[in-house]
Design a protein around this ligand. Structure first.
Ligand SMILES: Nc1ncnc2c1ncn2[C@@H]1O[C@H](COP(=O)(O)OP(=O)(O)OP(=O)(O)O)[C@@H](O)[C@H]1O
Ligand SMILES: [Mg+2]
Length: 756
């Protein structure tokens, strides 16, 4: 079923497809079939669409001589207004305007502008002047104004002249045809489907490593890096390509025949014997799904090994029907048993070696790790914002059976990618912020797929744990978790798509006055997608960046690339630096190492508070952003190597901070001043905002409201050892309590607070 009903005839046009989104690759020449068609859209759709077209201001052309007045005399403005209103009230005019593609909204806008134009102009265009004069004298009919009105409306709304062209450009009904090189190969598709920890990737990689050439496409840098390392250890030289990094197996930087990359970076021009596309269920991701669709349809390889959830099988088969390719399905079973426990954890004190508490907010990460340390247990911490080196170091600490750290606190960043020796996954909560199709953030219970992915991390095959366990922190969540884990993930029905840079550039030729963000909106509203197989990914992040740099003068291509940058828009410091990069670029000024040092306040110190740590994470992202640009605008972002070294140093500084997370939290509360180097001008705003957010979140933290012991621990008035001693004393003899050493110490410590 098509999104819109259509009549069409085929026509082939040359088309370059440039991939949209986080990892801009560069042009890949393709042919697509573009079809001419007439669309019937609902009135509501049209009304929404029309409001997207911003009117061009039409000013009267100053004319020395009022030729019209010389020919037919001056027009009385009041009479002119009467004639115009009469014209606009004619029913047949409304119909005629509709037939010419002007809906009510456009008609109204055009009329307001036309009336103002006629009344304000010192001299009307001579042809219009004569026609109006005739009407006033009874020698013409108000409807004679129609051609002049239409001319005005078309100048005001240039899209009226090119709607068919715009629709042709945004006809996305046959994505397989965008990749003629892939269509020219007889590709064999092998689908490895099964639950987590069932050996899907393992088997696909076995084929990858024995092939003459291969590409691995993964969802995360860490996964691509793992394959890069594995392959090289195995003796199959393999390169690494991510948005921010190129590493070669060969020291002389000669490309190897194997490459591991993040999926957005996959080359569609290089032929391979084997391609592996991992975590194919991501094809339905509202933001990144397009990258999997592109890899699946566009990779030039004899064999494509696709790994992921069984729920993707149907869609893959249907997509391959449209490409005419054979699909072989290989199903896998989980390699280790996964058991849901009969009771929830209930209290942090019940934590055991090999436990991983999964949280969906950074604030929960902070408070949980703090309570665990408060009972004298060491923790490793992993969340998405940490640099890769820090994540790996934390994972290694937890995985090492000889290390005293036996507990992990993590966000769902561990859902894909890291190999962790987890015995039991404990869901601290089952509510997570999600971005819906419209790009809006809302809180929702995690999906079946997410619950299975995260829970499935327990008892990873090949680790010391032969069986995995799953439970929740809160007893009231346990039934929900049971229900989530008893279900199969929803079948995946649609694959993501995205506009290409070329399509947007063609739009810009037709609508030169529209902003980039506006062009994207018009494209998404006007495009035709075969919704039995595809959906349009959300473009909110792109538009956010486009709006931010709209006022900076940039050529369209560069502007487009800037908007594809992988930025966490929630980090004001990163956004500020992004804008500064754009400004430098527009002035054609190099973004030098020194410039960067000045702007990020380098060198930076070890964090003393959580605010410092959050800021350092943002700086790390800024350096990532620099490296991302260094592969796209090499002349202006030319100091990649220095920045890479700086980033390594920063990773180490952040690691030092994460190791003492509890101390940072305590310092944040007790008011020890932030050690962050003073970041100049508007960046201070960013830090303050982070600080405020953090403090606001802390207010909502359960720690501050918990049991007395927890509060005392949190305030540092009671150490874990003191607590143990206290417990012993309490159980031994309550009568001795008053005289116990700990009680006395506590009394001494609390005194100043009581006085206040
Ligand atoms: N046949 C095997 N021999 C040795 N090790 C294996 C084998 N199959 C899988 N493994 C190991 O088991 C672990 C899980 O396998 P793998 O990563 O392939 O699972 P998966 O199904 O891809 O899981 P996920 O859905 O989480 O990505 C890996 O460490 C892998 O190396
Ligand atoms: Mg896998």
């Amino acid at each position: 079923m098509l999104k819109t009903s259509t009549k069409f005839r085929s026509l082939w046009v040359s088309h370059k497809s440039i991939n949209f989104g986080r990892s801009f690759l560069g042009p890949e020449k393709n042919l697509i079939s573009v079809q001419c068609f007439q669309q019937t859209r609902s009135k509501k759709d049209d009304a929404t669409l029309s409001t997207l077209f911003k009117p061009v201001l039409i000013k009267p052309t100053p004319d020395d001589i009022n030729v019209g007045a010389e020919l037919t005399g001056t027009l009385n403005k009041a009479d002119l207004l009467k004639v115009l209103n009469k014209f606009y009230q004619l029913k047949e005019i409304k119909q005629l305007l509709n037939d010419n593609g002007l809906d009510n909204y456009i008609q109204h806008q055009a009329y307001i502008s036309f009336r103002r134009f006629c009344l304000d102009a010192p001299a009307l265009p001579v042809d219009l002047h004569v026609v109006v004069s005739d009407i006033m004298q009874g020698a013409g009919h108000p409807s004679d104004i129609f051609p002049y009105f239409l001319r005005h409306a078309k100048q005001m709304f240039p899209h009226l002249e090119c709607m068919d062209d715009l629709k042709k450009i945004s006809d996305l009904r046959t994505p397989p045809n965008w990749y003629p090189q892939a269509r020219a190969v007889n590709r064999k598709i092998v689908v490895h489907a099964g639950p987590t920890n069932s050996g899907k990737t393992y088997h696909a990689l076995e084929r990858f490593m024995t092939a003459k050439s291969g590409v691995y496409c993964g969802p995360l840098k860490l996964l691509a890096t793992e394959v890069f390392n594995k392959s090289n250890e195995h003796g199959t030289p393999c390169d690494l390509v991510t948005g921010e990094e190129r590493s070669y197996a060969n020291p002389s930087k000669q490309p190897s025949s194997h490459v591991a990359c993040t999926v957005e970076m996959t080359s569609l021009t290089m032929p391979y014997e084997v391609a592996v596309i991992d975590e194919i269920q991501m094809i339905r991701d509202p933001s990144r799904g397009w990258a999997w669709t592109r890899a699946l349809l566009g990779l030039i390889a004899d064999e494509i090994h696709v790994c992921g959830e069984p729920g993707a099988i149907d869609l893959l088969q249907q997509l391959c029907l449209t490409t005419g390719e054979d699909v072989e399905i290989r199903k896998y079973k989980r390699l280790t048993e996964l058991k849901i426990e009969n009771s929830a954890l209930g209290s942090i004190e019940n934590i055991q070696p090999g436990d991983c508490i999964v949280c969906f907010s950074k604030n929960d990460i902070y408070s949980v790790s703090r309570s665990i340390e408060a009972i004298g247990k060491e923790v490793a911490v992993i969340y998405g914002g940490l640099p890769p080196g820090t994540k790996l170091a934390q994972a290694a600490k937890f995985n090492d059976p000889d290390n005293s750290c036996k507990v992990l606190v993590a966000t769902d960043a561990i859902g894909m990618g890291l190999n962790l020796s987890i015995r039991r996954v404990i869901f601290y909560s089952l509510i997570k912020p999600v971005v819906n199709e419209k790009g809006e953030k809302e809180m929702d219970t995690i999906s079946v797929s997410q619950a299975l992915q995260i829970g499935g991390r327990a008892g990873r095959y090949g680790t010391q744990w032969e069986q995995g366990f799953v439970t929740t922190f809160k007893p009231e969540d346990l039934n929900t978790l049971r229900s989530l884990l008893s279900q199969s993930p929803d079948p995946i029905t649609q694959a993501g798509l995205h506009p290409t840079a070329d399509q947007i550039e063609l739009y810009a030729y037709h609508l030169p006055n529209a902003t980039l963000s506006n062009l994207m909106d018009i494209f998404v509203n006007l495009c035709t997608v075969d919704d039995s197989l595809y959906f349009m990914c959300n473009i909110e992040d792109f538009k956010f960046l486009a709006d931010m740099i709209q006022h900076v003068p940039l050529p369209l291509r560069a502007r487009y690339v800037f908007c594809c940058a992988p930025i966490n828009k929630k980090m004001p410091f990163v956004c500020t630096m992004f804008l500064k990069f754009a400004r430098q670029y527009s002035k054609n000024e190099a973004i030098t190492f020194n410039w960067l040092c000045r702007n990020i306040g380098w060198p930076l110190q070890t964090p003393r508070t959580i605010i410092d740590l959050v800021h350092l994470e943002a700086v790390f992202d800024v350096l990532d952003l620099y490296l991302w640009f260094s592969y796209r605008f090499m002349d202006l972002f030319a100091e990649g190597q220095l920045v890479r070294d700086m980033q390594k140093e920063l990773d180490a500084i952040i690691q030092q901070g994460v190791v003492q997370l509890t101390r940072l939290l305590r310092n944040s509360e007790t008011g020890i001043s932030s050690g962050a180097a003073a970041a100049p001008d508007e960046d201070e705003f960013a830090i303050n905002q982070n600080k405020q957010n953090y403090l606001r979140e802390q207010k909502a933290s359960p720690i501050g409201r918990g049991r007395l012991t927890e509060r005392l621990l949190a305030q540092g008035l009671l150490t874990p050892n003191m607590l143990q001693e206290l417990k012993k004393e309490w159980t031994a003899n309550t009568d001795d309590y008053e005289n116990s050493n700990v009680t006395k110490t506590l009394r001494r410590k609390r005194k100043p607070f009581i006085k206040k």
